[in-house]
Design a protein around this ligand. Sequence first.
Ligand code: DX5
Ligand code: ZN
Length: 217
Amino acid sequence: MSILSPSILAADAMNLQRDLTDTALQGAKWLHIDVMDGLFVPNLSFGYTTVQGIRRFSDLVLDVHLMIEKPIRYVEHFCKAGADYLTIHVEADSPENTKAAIEKIRAMGVKPGIVVKPKTPAEAIAQYIPMVDMVLVMTVEPGFGGQKFMADMMPKVKKLRQMIDEMNPACYLEVDGGVDLENAGICKENGANVLVAGSAFYKAADKKAFVAQIEQD
Ligand code: DX5
Ligand code: ZN
């Protein structure tokens, strides 16, 4: 069973509440929230007060993706704001701080995740796999929605699926960036079981069918 995590970055910023209600009505169970700091990636997006607002309003599983430098500075804020999954980039800090941030997230009762940019190899996160509930493979350079899916990330997804099966089989394997109904199949074949979709989901004419097609195995 796969899970769709619609990326709210592609929703209408002036109508987040309307779009959130609709996302749940269409059958989605998760919501992907991209947090950007203008340093780790050349863009800005939501902060923890937005996560807090969404949490008060919605029962969706909040899958928060931090694209920020030294995430350890802010993980407590995002945990308190109501994230269910909180995912940090391996490239964003030293191994010591990355480990400490994961431990902090866990201690606050939130599920930690670790994410790799396209140029970062699978081996870079090997040591964190036993500590996390989610591994995320970027299938675009992080920073913007609406980019083209990088099919050449599939060998890395496959490799991480093997590593997860050996080290922590309950850990989710998520893909993020350019995912649509056409490439969802190869993501799943290579072992991903959580698929983020922003533009493709929010532009879909039939969102209910979109959720069903992604979540069928
Ligand atoms: C990119 C973000 C993605 C983005 C996905 O930096 O991490 O979550 O919102 O959007 P689409 O599906 O449009 O590529
Ligand atoms: Zn994301």
